[in-house]
Design a protein around this ligand. Structure first.
Ligand code: NAP
Ligand code: GDP
Length: 318
């Protein structure tokens, strides 16, 4: 007989957390209680509050998403905060998980933590091979330490703490703030505002040439649940679309404009940073486990995300 499980999702109100919530509540899942928490339930930078949260919910499993997260421009101006907040949050969550005998923790890294100077495609063995891109070194070093902690907890106590490495994520419930958001939510919002005022010029920061792989949050949610229950390694696993699905920022902007069904001129503001040129990651480890996993096509995921924002812009995180 299956033992009942309590799955605590930290960062449960963010982009990825909301997608997991939507997935598991739309399925008939037995013997599972899912608890989605935000910073309002506990500030995970604080060990006492983290311990209280774990005492209250007594999780058997944890999906650890909570993090100080931001786009290129937020990272560039706040490396110290990204470093410190994420170091504290991750240390506290793993400590409380260990103290409470949590059976499995899946934490979330990101492909932007990989070395800047590297060969491509990047794979899971390369996380610690050299310094990350200078724009987000604080966030990157804090996230890299999760992998180190997972290994150390396993070595000392046999804990099943692992991590996933998603490429850039987008979807409903994203952060649409122009200062702190990532490129897709920022452009969805900027373009919405231009269209509202009948404008025809759409500004994109940087040259539009950098390359990115984007995963739809609803696809990532399915992969997270698979990792939680089926993936048994401590080593991280990259959760990314195929390398052939990599797109330029210019293509992203064109796709968003197409989703709005609107014609206009894209202006590239090259006084703004491009960030890392590319971080092409290999999903061959994932493909070995799940050869038939089907990712939502980029154009239909962008269309869904734009439609979601059109319906929800008044209450979205702006
Ligand atoms: P998000 O939308 O910004 O949500 C962040 C979540 O973390 C929110 O629920 C937030 O709660 C919570 N949180 C932040 N600081 C906290 C604190 N001090 N204590 C407790 N909770 C706190 O982030 P996301 O995009 O879903 O990212 C989820 C995970 O994926 C993160 O670990 C991120 O590093 C990783 N990731 C994201 C991307 C991407 O493109 N977005 C790419 C790769 C990896 P409040 O709402 O209460 O603030
Ligand atoms: P990154 O993947 O970690 O670099 O994070 P972002 O999603 O913030 O940025 C990706 C790329 O999009 C960079 O090359 C930016 O220059 C470009 N970009 C274009 N317009 C915007 C914008 O309005 N906001 C953000 N965050 N990035 C933009």
């Amino acid at each position: 007989m299956d033992e009942s499980k309590t799955i605590l999702v930290t960062g449960g109100t963010g982009l990825v957390g909301e997608a997991i919530k939507q997935l598991v509540t739309s399925q008939k899942r037995t013997n599972e209680k899912w608890v989605f928490v935000s910073s309002k339930d506990a500030n995970l930078c604080d060990l006492d509050q983290t311990r209280e949260l774990f005492k209250k919910h007594k999780p058997t499993h944890v999906i650890h998403l909570a993090a100080k997260v931001g786009g290129l421009f937020d990272n560039m101006s706040n490396n110290l905060d990204f470093l410190k907040d994420n170091l504290h949050i991750n240390d506290n969550v793993l400590q409380a998980s260990y103290e409470n005998g949590v059976k499995k923790v899946v934490s979330c890294l990101s492909t932007c933590i990989f070395p800047d100077k590297t060969s491509y495609p990047i794979d899971e063995t390369m996380v610690h091979n050299g310094p990350p891109h200078n724009s987000n070194f604080g966030y990157s070093h804090a996230k890299r330490m999760v992998d180190v902690m997972n290994k150390a907890y396993h070595e000392k106590y046999g804990c099943q703490f692992t991590s996933v490495i998603p490429c850039n994520v987008f979807g409903p419930h994203d952060n649409y703030n122009l200062k702190s958001g990532h490129v897709i939510p920022a452009l969805i919002r900027k373009f919405f505002d231009v269209i509202q005022t009948g404008g025809t010029q759409f500004t994109v920061y940087g040259s539009g040439k950098p390359l990115r792989q984007f995963i739809y949050s609803k696809d990532l949610a399915k992969l997270f649940v698979w990792v939680l229950f089926e993936y048994n390694e401590i080593e991280p696993i990259i959760l990314a679309v195929d390398e052939s699905d990599e797109v330029t920022i210019k293509q992203v902007a064109e796709e968003i404009l197409k989703a709005y069904n609107y014609k206009g001129e894209l202006i590239f503001d090259t006084s703004k940073a491009d960030g890392q040129y590319k971080k092409t990651a290999s999903n061959s480890k994932l493909r070995k486990y799940l050869p038939d996993f089907e990712f939502t096509s980029f154009d239909s995921a962008v269309k869904d995300s734009v439609e979601w924002y059109q319906k929800n812009h008044a209450t979205a995180r702006n």
